[in-house]
Design a protein around this ligand. Structure first.
Ligand code: ARG
Length: 458
């Protein structure tokens, strides 16, 4: 088959090169955007009189038929036609003949591919935001159920101070809220229409890019033709935002893995979201969480690939940029798949509240509260810290928690301790007293739920 760009060539492309530089094996998935973009371009060419309205009409109905063919599995893509853009043009030519050859007037594949990828990513961002909204909604629903579920909060993975499961879950509502914002900010910069840039230097035809932008739902039109065909910042930005989503999912998965271990026993995964072992009959493994943790690496790799691909490129378009697609597609697919499986896995977890409470009671998570108690009785904090440290050491030797010391025992460490100490250092009380903005008390968490805006959105 003759190449669409074959005019100045004497020899046929080697088969190895056809195979090597063709992108149809992966960019076929842009077909819908490619065709929608071409329809908008052809209509504009008709409106501005660059081609006749009849020619524009023939092109548009031909493109609609091509779209239907592809969607019904009637079309076959060809490697020789290189990429989705030329495959579509070739199919159009087969349908409507010579008029098809007018479609590419005042356009290059360089601005065309930028358009297609932007349209694709815009849709994918909307889907990803939807998945994040689903996840945040589940997190808030679970938080509302667990406002009083006391568990240990950790630093250095050592029990530190008591918090609630609700507070812990709401930490992720914050993280995924920032992820959501990042995606929407990225979307603004994706939503810029590059057609009119041509190959790199615009065109001599009197185009009307604004009307193309309007018909395709773009907010803005690219302001510089060189930048329009060279810019892949938006793909980097999306992949960076996707990387952070994966970081957040991965940290959460790590906790789910730990919490479902016998050692923690804070949660039990639903059978539908765990797997067994082919050898050890007793096993129930958190494979889904592990796989999400593992897949984070793919997305970081995609980000590194995009940054590296771009960093040395002189303006404007270079073929290196064809490498943007597989990385971007992989990041999109991975983050969406992970979110889609993570949310129902989380929603179906069984929380073992009694074990969480037990763990919060052990490990001296109320030691700071005992020190604060002494401070309220007049002792400077540093001294209170030392007093409690000695009491903890005593308890470790005696094998009991602080709240099981008798008043006499307490008074060996400080005469300031009175009967009211027991109430002050119960773990429930420790949580309820942390009413500070952003703290774990049920009222602070209720306020955090309100401020998250998740409830209004749903
Ligand atoms: N398949 C190409 C890509 O993905 C389309 C643009 C090709 N342009 C060119 N001048 N070779 O980047």
């Amino acid at each position: 088959m003759a190449k669409l760009w074959g005019g100045r060539f004497k020899k046929k492309t080697s088969a190895a090169v056809d195979d090597f530089h063709s992108s149809i094996s992966f960019d076929w998935r842009l077909y819908r955007y490619d065709i929608e973009g071409s329809i908008a371009h052809a209509e504009m060419l008709g409106r501005t009189g660059i081609i006749t309205p009849e020619e524009a009409g023939a092109i548009v109905s031909g493109l609609e038929e091509v779209l239907a063919d592809i969607e019904n599995g009637r079309a076959e893509f060809s490697v020789e036609a290189e990429d989705i853009h030329m495959n579509v043009e070739q199919m159009l030519t087969e349908k409507i003949g010579v008029t098809a050859k007018k479609l590419h007037t005042a356009r290059s594949r360089n601005d065309q591919v930028a358009l297609d990828v932007r349209m694709f990513l815009r849709d994918e961002i909307d889907e990803t935001v939807g998945l994040i909204d689903d996840l945040r909604k589940i997190l808030v629903e679970m938080a509302e159920k667990h406002l009083y579920t006391v568990m240990p909060g950790y630093t250095h993975l050592q029990r530190a101070q008591p918090v609630t499961l609700a507070h812990h879950l709401m930490a992720y509502v914050q993280m995924f809220g920032r992820d959501r914002e990042r995606l929407l900010e990225c979307r603004r910069r994706v939503n810029v229409m590059p057609l009119g840039a041509g190959a790199l230097a615009g065109t001599t035809f009197p185009l009307d890019p604004r009307s193309v932008a309007d018909s395709l739902g773009f907010e803005e039109v690219a302001q510089n033709s060189l930048d329009a065909v060279s810019d892949r910042d938006f793909a980097v930005e999306f992949t960076a935002a996707a990387s952070l989503i994966m970081v957040h999912l991965s940290r959460f998965c790590e906790e789910i893995i730990l919490w479902s271990s016998t050692e923690f026993s804070f949660i039990e995964l639903d059978d539908a979201y765990s797997t067994g072992s082919s050898m050890m009959p007793q096993k129930k493994n958190p494979d889904v969480a592990e796989l999400i943790r593992g897949k984070a690496g793919r997305v970081f790799g995609d980000l590194a690939a995009l940054l590296t691909m771009l960093k040395g490129l002189p303006l404007s378009y270079n073929k290196d940029m064809q490498e943007d697609k597989e990385a971007l597609f992989d990041a999109v697919d991975t983050v969406k798949k992970c979110l889609s499986v993570f949310t129902p896995m989380l929603a179906n977890i069984r929380v073992r509240e009694e074990n969480m409470l037990e763990a919060a009671r052990g490990g001296f998570t109320n030691a700071t509260d005992l020190a604060d108690y002494l401070v309220r009785k007049g002792l400077p904090f540093r001294e209170a810290h030392a007093v409690v440290g000695r009491a903890v050491l005593y308890c470790l030797q005696a094998g009991k928690p602080l709240e099981r010391l008798s008043l006499e025992e307490f008074r060996q460490f400080s005469p300031l301790v009175e009967e009211d100490v027991y109430e002050s250092i119960s773990v429930q009380r420790c949580v309820e007293a942390r009413k500070v903005l952003g703290g774990p008390s049920p009222e602070s968490v209720r306020e955090a739920i309100r401020r998250s805006g998740v409830k209004e959105r749903t």
